[in-house]
Ligand binder design. Structure first.
Ligand SMILES: [Ca+2]
Ligand SMILES: [Ca+2]
Ligand SMILES: [Ca+2]
Length: 383
């Protein structure tokens, strides 16, 4: 058996780039063991934090996915793997009793591992072992439960995107308050930075308890809270949206029944547009959004430690090396559908609480937590 670390696999990347790689014949199959390494505080528990983790191997060449679960040694074994460029995603949600044992607090945490764009290669029949370190991330009380960013099918308007919306859900058992929370995006190229680099940032109004969200309830933030189907037939009616982005003095529409989000930062564009192709949308909580100033391109700097929830999405979900968010915020990618198809990404149900409240999956890995949905459900979560 050969032992390699991920760092060593970079050497393969180098040699790979120097030769013409022919189509791999079936006889090129090798065995792969992915060994999880947990050095977080949860490794101190009496339970095995590396057992029962879901490990997904995604081929960056053809988008094929292989998934398995780790054994009691924290090893995920794959047989018949072809030499290729891969992304490895690991998710190990921690049980309530495991978290309580280590932290003595009632919180939700997940162990994640993420290795993007690694070359995996071994001689046919041999076994390659790759070590993936785990990091911990906290599952939120408030979660982004649906993002409709794709825009609607041309009918008759091509490229209609004013109907975008975001849905936020209270995934906890206590009342949460939206007051002063901020919705922002972050530009590409800063996934490992300690700051988000926001092009847009909009804040919920309120002074602390004006906008409560009860357990199991959702709110909708529209780009424009109007009936979009009157302009583009394949679109939707967002007249009843709870909030809307309103950009003053730029001809933006204003539904007086929909509460206006407060503009904190708006570098460009006529509205808070989510890219119809790829973007990352986040819910953050900061005391003073201007405390850390701006980067060289007038993007607002927001500490990543202030993130409540974040979702990274992309048309091509195999492009893990193009991610905008670190593994601690979102170890995967939602999306996978073309633009202008009237489809959203929607968080799936994890479990149903004793009181009947739906708990949505929040492992901080959008590859697992979200599905693509052809049915837009603003304000409603799956039951
Ligand atoms: Ca607007
Ligand atoms: Ca309004
Ligand atoms: Ca929904």
């Amino acid at each position: 058996m050969k032992q390699y670390t991920l760092l060593l696999s970079i050497l393969f990347l180098f040699t790979w780039a120097c030769v013409d790689v022919p189509e791999a014949p079936n006889s090129a199959h090798f065995n792969l063991k992915i060994q999880l390494q947990d050095t977080t505080v949860f490794s101190t528990g009496s339970f095995n934090s590396t057992e029962g983790a879901t490990v997904t191997l995604l081929s960056l060449t053809d988008g094929n996915k292989l998934t398995t679960v780790t054994d009691s040694l924290g090893t995920a074994s794959f047989s018949a793997v072809l030499p290729d460029r891969y992304s490895i995603s690991v998710s190990r949600p921690l049980k309530t009793e495991e978290i309580w044992e280590v932290l003595n607090r009632n919180e939700m945490w997940t162990l994640n591992g993420d290795s993007s764009n690694v070359i995996l290669f071994a001689e046919p029949g041999e076994t390659l072992t790759v070590t993936v370190p785990l990091s911990r991330s906290r599952s939120g009380s408030l979660v982004i439960s649906e993002i409709y960013y794709s825009g609607s099918k041309p009918d008759p308007i091509p490229n209609y995107f004013h109907d975008q919306f975001l849905e936020i859900y209270n995934n906890s058992e206590t009342t949460q308050y939206l007051d002063s929370l901020i919705i922002c995006d972050t530009d590409y190229g800063f996934a490992e930075d300690s700051y988000l680099h926001a092009i847009h940032a909009y804040m919920f109004p309120g002074t602390g308890t004006d906008y409560p969200l009860e357990p199991g309830e959702a709110v909708v933030i529209a780009q424009d809270a109007i009936n979009h189907a009157q302009y583009n037939k394949s679109s939707i009616d967002l007249t009843d949206a709870d909030f809307e982005y309103y950009v003053k003095d730029q001809g933006d529409v204003n539904n007086t029944d929909a509460v206006d989000m407060i503009q904190i930062h708006h570098k460009y564009g006529i509205d808070f547009l989510y890219s119809v192709f790829n973007d990352a949308i986040l819910l953050v909580k900061v005391k003073d959004p201007y405390k850390h100033g701006y980067d060289n391109f007038e993007r607002l700097l927001i500490p990543v430690t202030s993130v409540i929830d974040g979702v990274d999405y992309r048309e091509n979900t195999s492009l893990m090396d193009k991610k905008r968010l670190s593994a601690a915020i979102d170890a995967g990618l939602a999306g996978g559908m073309p633009a202008y198809t009237t489809q959203s990404v929607s968080r799936i149900v994890d479990t149903v609480a004793v009181d009947g409240r739906v708990i949505l999956k929040d492992s901080n890995n959008s590859s697992f937590d979200f599905i693509t949905s052809q049915e837009l459900t603003p304000g409603e979560v799956p039951q």
